[in-house]
Design a protein around this ligand. Structure first.
Ligand code: 5AD
Ligand code: FES
Length: 345
């Protein structure tokens, strides 16, 4: 148990030490201590505030074929859609009235949205909602594209590294994608002054504690402002259809570990967590998370953005989702706030 004391005191461990720490994920006393410290640190910097990000899934076309993902290009059963600029702006308008002050444009890697189109959309959103932060999540792009988007007004960028282990990365992705390039993108985004989000799936097929320890070390090096982690959930049209889902408990354990490592980080209680457990997101907040990402996509399109099976919040109206989340957040003693929710310095 010395390792727990060391972690709680120093907030930093070596890779083998993280591996040892992870071996305690089912020890209820350890879990209790870590969550307690995580919640203490979160409230020190953020009080009882929980930030919202209105998620707009604007295209489910993707040129990539990540083996775990339901909307990969190799899945012919997906009914593909794209939102127009006007439809995207409509989502923002709805979100603004629901008090959202961050919008996240998320999509597959869809070449239809050229740099020119993206710059136009970014400018229009920032012009109409100057008091809102705009987050992009469009995958891997060139330095030049990232620069253009940043100049057009984008504030943040989410690009999960997925796994920091070369071997595991190879098994989860086809030839042509590389961990090296992914990491390069993350460093480019940092250099350009984006608030950057990285992250990984918990329980991805083939993942071990050693891999997760490597993820934690990578995050330590990158020092992102946002970290997105959620359990892997199989999608029926992928080669991993029959793999077990990641563990909710291990995800919660990791949320607490990450909060302790990075006390000021913006850490969402993810939709995947809420999909595997009806109160997964509430549990996430109680393990140190401080962000939720309600769906703002047009209701008719929501079911089509199916990264994994049984994704929640694909039926509700935006207003219902806002109300539901507000109640959920309050049920565990926190408050949704009307704020951009930038990371504290
Ligand atoms: N289960 C859980 N998360 C997934 N993602 C993609 N496919 C799955 C899945 N089957 C995650 C990836 C990606 C993010 C948008 O969704 O980590 O970066
Ligand atoms: Fe979307 Fe509950 S959070 S319906």
């Amino acid at each position: 148990m010395q390792i727990i004391d060391k972690f709680l005191k120093e907030h930093r461990l070596s890779r083998p030490e993280y591996e040892e720490l992870l071996s305690y994920w089912q020890n209820s006393e350890v879990v209790r201590r870590l969550k307690e410290e995580a919640v203490r640190l979160r409230s020190q910097y953020y009080g009882n505030a929980v930030f919202t990000r209105g998620l707009i899934e604007f295209t489910n076309y993707c040129k990539n074929n990540c083996y775990y993902c339901g909307i990969r290009c190799g899945n012919p059963s997906v009914e593909r859609y794209r939102l127009t600029s006007e439809e995207i702006l409509e989502c923002c308008r709805t979100g603004y009235l629901l008090s959202y002050r961050t919008f996240v444009l998320q999509g597959g890697e869809d070449p239809y949205y050229t740099d020119e189109k993206m710059v136009d959309i970014i400018r229009r959103i920032k012009k109409e909602f100057p008091d809102c932060a705009l987050t992009l999540s469009l995958g891997e792009k060139s330095y030049e594209s990232y620069r253009l988007f940043r100049e057009a007004g984008a504030d943040r960028y989410l690009l999960r590294h997925e796994t920091a282990d070369e071997g595991l990365y190879r098994t989860l992705h086809p030839e042509g994608m590389s961990l090296k390039h992914r990491k390069e993108c993350l460093y480019h985004l940092k250099e350009l002054g984006y608030q950057v989000g990285a992250g990984f799936m918990v329980g991805a097929p083939g993942q071990t504690f050693s891999h997760i320890a490597e993820d934690l070390i990578f995050l330590q090096e990158l020092e992102p402002q946002m970290i997105g982690i959620g359990p892997f959930i199989p999608h029926h049209e992928t080669i991993y259809a029959n793999e077990p889902a990641g563990s909710v408990e291990l995800t919660l354990f990791l949320l607490a570990v990450i909060r302790i490592m990075f006390p000021k980080v913006l850490l969402p209680a993810t939709t995947a967590l809420g999909t595997l457990d009806p109160i997964g997101r509430e549990e996430g907040l109680l393990a140190g998370a401080n962000v939720v990402m309600p769906n703002l996509s047009p209701v008719k399109k929501r079911k089509l953005y199916e990264l994994y099976d049984n994704k929640i919040c694909t039926g509700e109206e935006a207003a219902e989702c806002r109300g539901c989340l507000g109640r959920r957040v309050e049920s565990v003693g926190y408050q949704l706030v009307e704020d951009r929710g930038d990371a504290v310095c």
